[in-house]
Design a binder for this molecule. Structure first.
Ligand SMILES: CC(C)(COP(=O)(O)OP(=O)(O)OC[C@H]1O[C@@H](n2cnc3c(N)ncnc32)[C@H](O)[C@@H]1OP(=O)(O)O)[C@@H](O)C(=O)NCCC(=O)NCCS
Length: 193
């Protein structure tokens, strides 16, 4: 069974030793506060997994508590010096969706602006991929607004392939934005199409 905390990246330079990533099965009060704080800062900065304005710490804490209860969702958190500064979700297909049972989604990724540029999002995504692979998923899907350039660079650097663009993907400040759709083959020897 893989170590739930990942300290090492599969490729590239050694990660910052202050970073760690884990799948969160439960979160204490301190962790929930830090997660809500990180999410609020990311939303204020313009990249908050759909929210355009922060809904308030209490609502974000309830949101993350709810995520932990959804059977198809796995919450991964990235820490710097022990404090949560990043998160993302692995979303598995519902049981009725047998036709797409081989594919999972990477969603709702963010790093708090005060912790960016240290490699935590890369570690989170690698850990989510590892989790999806371990569960036997052959494909990891994701989508991203055209304006999220850092995220796009991250996904492409990790081998995600852009297969399409939705011209009316999101509406931000009255502007309609396109969004890009990506996938990655997790088990190259499996049949994916
Ligand atoms: C995208 C995001 C999660 C990256 O977080 P991060 O922890 O700073 O990223 P990392 O330090 O792990 O960087 C990983 C890679 O992302 C890319 N990247 C990160 N910041 C970047 C920037 N400012 N410009 C261009 N590429 C960037 C690079 O490819 C980088 O790899 P490198 O350091 O080897 O060059 C963060 O910028 C964020 O939260 N953005 C707003 C929310 C968002 O876009 N979420 C994704 C929605 S699908």
């Amino acid at each position: 069974m893989p170590d739930p905390r990942t300290q090492a990246s599969a490729a590239g330079p050694a990660p910052d030793p202050r970073l760690s990533v884990e799948r969160a099965a439960d979160l204490g009060e301190e962790d929930l506060h830090a997660l809500a704080e990180a999410a609020t800062a990311a939303i204020l900065d313009g990249g908050g997994f759909g929210w355009l304005a922060p809904p308030g710490r209490g609502e974000l804490e309830r949101y993350f508590r709810g995520v932990l209860l959804v059977p198809e969702r796995e919450l991964y958190v990235g820490r710097m010096d022990g404090a949560i500064v990043a998160a993302a979700q692995l979303v598995r297909p519902p049981r009725n969706n047998e036709a797409q049972a081989f594919a999972a989604w990477f969603m709702h990724a963010f790093t708090a602006p005060y912790a960016r540029g240290h490699g935590v999002a890369r570690l989170v995504l690698e850990r989510v991929e590892e989790g999806a692979r371990a569960r036997g998923y052959q494909i990891l899907n994701l989508d991203v607004r055209e304006t999220q350039h850092a995220a796009i660079a991250l996904y492409e650097s990790l081998g995600f392939l852009r297969w399409g663009t939705h011209p009316a993907y999101a509406r931000v400040d009255g502007r309609t934005l396109a969004g890009h759709y990506y996938y990655k083959l997790l088990q190259p020897r499996g049949r994916a199409s």
